[in-house]
Design a protein around this ligand. Structure first.
Ligand SMILES: [Zn+2]
Length: 159
């Protein structure tokens, strides 16, 4: 794909729920790539589609079925790489209005996990400055304590 090598200086991270993305330079010139979903779906086997519907859409399926879907999904990924880009993507050069630079906030340290957090995203809890994952944990069944740390988004006792 062209996108990775040509346009990387700036990106706007706005999610409209489409399987498409636009990468631009600061001057607004860029490229828009959208996935031709129908074409991609054509590559799925009946088994893959069935398992996708069951596991991903309906949130059902056992471990064996999940493993099978994972395997089929991997095969499908490699299969898609063999198709010419133009068949799988709509690719267009665009000029868009680029928003001003993102606002920069001060970073503060979470009292519990010790990781750096953008100041507007921290919460004060019992006099402590805590990150969102720690706060969520402390309001659910397993409250975080200072002896716990955030590991992969979960608060756990340090090793
Ligand atoms: Zn934290």
């Amino acid at each position: 794909m062209v996108v990775d090598s040509v346009l990387h200086s700036t990106h706007r991270n706005t999610n409209f729920g489409k399987t498409a993305f636009t990468l631009t330079y600061r001057n607004g010139e860029g490229i828009r790539v959208s996935v031709k979903s129908d074409r991609v779906r054509e590559e799925r086997s009946a088994e893959t589609s069935g398992l996708f519907e069951k596991i991903v859409v309906r949130r059902e399926g056992n471990e064996e079925e999940q493993r099978r879907l994972s395997s089929l999904w991997k095969d499908l990924s490699f299969q898609l790489l063999e198709i010419p880009d133009e068949e799988v993507f709509d690719i267009a050069r665009v000029v868009v209005e680029v928003p001003f630079y993102a606002r920069i906030f001060t970073c503060v340290k979470c009292s519990v996990c010790g990781e750096s957090v953008m100041e507007p995203r921290v919460r004060k809890s019992s006099g402590e400055t805590v990150c969102w994952p720690v706060r969520i944990r402390s309001t659910t069944s397993s409250p975080a304590t200072v002896s716990q740390r955030c590991i992969g988004g979960e608060c756990k006792d340090p090793p």
